[in-house]
Design a binder for this molecule. Structure first.
Ligand code: 13P
Length: 342
């Protein structure tokens, strides 16, 4: 038995504690630069630190957030008062997590498809991240819908890498947040998204089993089943909720302690409405369904901040509002009226 079994179980359960979700602030340097470009703010080590500082220190965030996913640079940075970010988070009852993949790269021989890298040296990196305070780690695989893709080879390669990573995490006493993301950018129908998500999750769990990954110590982070952004018919909120839950019931073992969703380019309000509908219409699922959004939690906050110190409080309020709405959506208690009251 793994020496860390009790700790892993405790961490995984705490990540999906009732009414709490996970804030993803693990954008790589090229991605955060893209986000800062939208608010005409230069991306420097200090501007990235200042922005992450306001996200991490937003007062009261721990009522709604159980963990935050950090990037390698961020886990080594500190608040303006000099407290290392991981220590600040732990002191405030929020678990520090870390993105450990090194990005989705072109998949050789498969134009238009990607495979995620980062296994080389991962054992040593995980040991260092644990010493820096990380309790869980994230690895994101990307599955693209298009003409004749995804290929079986792409799904297999990504599931294999996710399982290698998950196994190394458990060995290191870190809970793996396993993230297969079926992208929502194409013109596909919701049924097509369902089929690809189902195939991806079936392959992933087969691979996790075959590599002896302990299901009780894994958190699944996944896309919702939605219409592609460019599809002329967009499924409604209840349809997204029903298809997503059906897909998960058909593929995810009951032993998994919890499932969290990425937002993937949905608007902040729609991401909340979808989660709310899933929880409002299902009260007997084997796992809690919660959130681990990046953009859908941060967008209004980023737009309120605009890179200005004077806007920090307004930006934190915008973040807390989204966190609260999603916290309520975890028990189906969110209502659109809450947006107008904001
Ligand atoms: P989005 O919610 O912006 O899709 O990001 C979540 C995430 O962590 C992707 O890996």
């Amino acid at each position: 038995m793994n020496d860390f079994a009790n700790e892993l179980e405790q961490t995984a359960r705490t990540m999906v504690e009732a009414g709490k979700g996970i804030l993803a602030i693990d954008e790589s340097s090229p991605t955060i630069k893209k986000r800062f470009d939208t608010i005409s703010t230069e991306s420097t080590e200090e501007s990235r630190r200042a922005y992450r500082d306001l996200l991490i220190t937003a007062p009261g965030g721990n009522d709604f957030i159980s963990g935050m996913i950090l990037y390698d640079e961020t886990i080594r940075q500190a608040t303006s008062e000099g407290t290392p970010f991981p220590k600040y988070l732990s002191d405030h009852g929020i678990m520090p997590g870390i993105k450990v993949d090194t990005g989705a790269k072109e998949f050789a021989g498969h134009p238009g498809e990607k495979v995620t890298e980062g296994l080389d040296g991962l054992r040593d990196r995980l040991a260092e991240y644990r010493s820096l305070g990380a309790k869980f780690a994230k690895w994101r695989a990307v599955i693209t819908i298009g003409d004749h893709i995804p290929s079986t080879a792409c799904i297999n390669a990504n599931a294999h890498a996710l399982s290698r990573y998950a196994s190394l995490c458990q060995e290191a006493g870190i809970v793996p947040m396993v993230e297969p993301e079926v992208l929502m950018d194409a013109d596909n129908t919701i049924e097509h998204c369902y089929a690809v998500t189902e195939a991806t999750l079936k392959t992933l769990f087969n691979e996790l089993y075959s590599q002896d990954v302990v299901m009780e110590h894994v958190i699944l982070k996944v896309n919702m089943v939605v219409s592609g952004k460019k599809c002329s018919t967009q499924a409604g909120v209840q349809e997204v909720a029903d298809m997503t839950v059906r897909c998960l019931k058909n593929t995810v073992p009951a032993a998994i302690p919890g499932i969290v969703f990425l937002s993937g380019g949905q608007t902040p309000q729609l991401a909340t409405a979808h989660l709310n509908a899933m929880n409002a219409s299902n009260n007997n699922l084997p796992w809690p369904l919660s959130f681990s959004y990046g953009r859908a939690l941060q967008e209004p906050c980023l737009n309120a901040w605009l890179g200005e110190k004077a806007n920090v409080e307004a930006a934190q309020n915008a973040l807390l509002h989204r966190e609260k709405c999603n916290s309520l959506a975890c028990s189906g208690k969110y209502s659109e009226d809450m947006e107008n009251a904001a």
